[in-house]
Ligand binder design. Structure first.
Ligand code: FES
Ligand SMILES: [Fe+2]
Length: 352
């Protein structure tokens, strides 16, 4: 591959650290993200907070302590911290001790609960203001929502380019309800540059796609549009008259060779269908499971450090990803404007 794949994490973005339902009220959860352990807590008012999961006293994970919905108590010497990370009590201090507990802080991260995911902001060097929290587009007041996630043994870049790889579908996701090798046909799709990413312009889905097959029942034109935006996010919008289905897939770097795929969806189609969430879970688990399996196989191969390649057509989006990433890092390092590598709308052709 001409582009270096790596586990470098781009600063200046929000990353999904957990699904919202993992962090219940009064709960403390330790999660790993970007190679660091994070403590996620949901206070008694329902807000989620992210802190470094180490006690500033002697480093024990705060997640081993207690949380009463307001204060976090370390299990070793009972120091207590607010959800903002400020130390509010040191039980061992003598009455006249000059030590000021309030000067002691646990590192706190910006954190938001949105679309069923807990997002944590990774500031990094040279980036000051956080961009808006990634939000799933919705087109009606009433809708349903669901989140799926899986850990994957793969490096970050391969997890991400897997999200935008159209050619693996008929091989990895073969099934009666999705597609088979026999359904492979030539495709031509228009792509256009968008802010920090690119878009597969709105088009009618191909007849072998699941969206097309299911939405045919509404007897209205179906359109789909797929965006990829840095650092790791693929958003797909399917619309059919007043009905819509949006999904976003993000790959969070956990540690070297380890990522987590989060898939969050919102929709107003088929809302009356019983067991829709169960059904969707069944298919999503299978689908994500197939990706996870192939990623693991690939990780075995890549462990031998073979040379690999990206070909024009089906792999062009992956090439763009590496170019976007390099352009973004360059703009940070040099303090210059981001220079978009995709200059103009382009038509790509491949078979899938
Ligand atoms: S290590 Fe946490 S209070 Fe001492
Ligand atoms: Fe896949």
């Amino acid at each position: 591959m001409t582009q270096e794949s790596s586990n470098d994490v781009l600063p200046g973005f929000w990353y999904a650290a957990a699904s919202s339902d993992q962090i219940r009220s009064g709960n403390m959860v330790r999660v790993k993200m970007l190679g660091r352990p994070l403590l996620l807590v949901r206070d008694s008012e329902g807000s989620v907070h992210a802190l470094d999961d180490h006690c500033p006293h002697r480093g024990i994970p705060l997640s081993d302590g207690k949380f009463d919905g307001k204060l976090i108590e370390c299990c070793y010497h009972g120091w207590k911290f607010s959800c903002a990370g400020t130390c509010v009590e040191i039980p061992s201090l003598a009455a006249d001790s000059p030590v000021k507990a309030s000067r002691i802080k646990v590192r706190k991260y910006d954190c938001e609960d949105r679309d069923g995911l807990i997002w944590v902001y990774h500031a990094g060097l040279g980036v000051t203001d956080a961009p808006p929290v990634p939000t799933l587009p919705k087109f009606s007041e009433n809708y349903s929502q669901q989140v799926f996630w899986r850990s994957m043994k793969c490096d970050l870049d391969h997890g991400i380019i897997g999200l935008m790889d159209p050619a693996h579908g008929p091989f990895v996701h073969q099934s009666w309800w999705w597609r088979s090798r026999k359904s492979i046909h030539e495709k031509e799709k228009r792509f256009e540059p968008i802010e920090l990413g690119f878009r597969m312009s709105e088009h009618e889905p191909s007849p072998n796609s699941a969206a097309y097959k299911l939405l045919k029942i509404y007897n209205k034109p179906v359109t789909t549009m797929i965006d990829f935006v840095l650092p790791n996010r693929r958003i797909e919008l399917i619309r059919c008259g007043s009905y819509w289905y949006s999904s976003q897939a993000v790959v969070t770097p956990i540690d070297k060779g380890e990522t987590r795929l989060y898939f969050s969806v919102a929709w107003n189609v088929f809302r009356g269908v019983p067991f829709i969430k169960l059904l969707q879970k069944f298919f999503a688990d299978r689908f994500i499971g197939q990706d996870r399996e192939i990623m693991e196989k690939q990780a075995v191969g890549l462990g031998d450090d073979p040379s690999i390649m990206l070909i024009d057509g089906a792999d062009t989006p992956a090439k763009w990803y590496f170019q976007l990433k390099a352009a973004y890092l360059r703009s940070l390092e040099e303090g210059t404007e981001f220079e978009h590598p995709v200059k103009e709308p382009t038509v790509l052709r491949w078979r899938s």
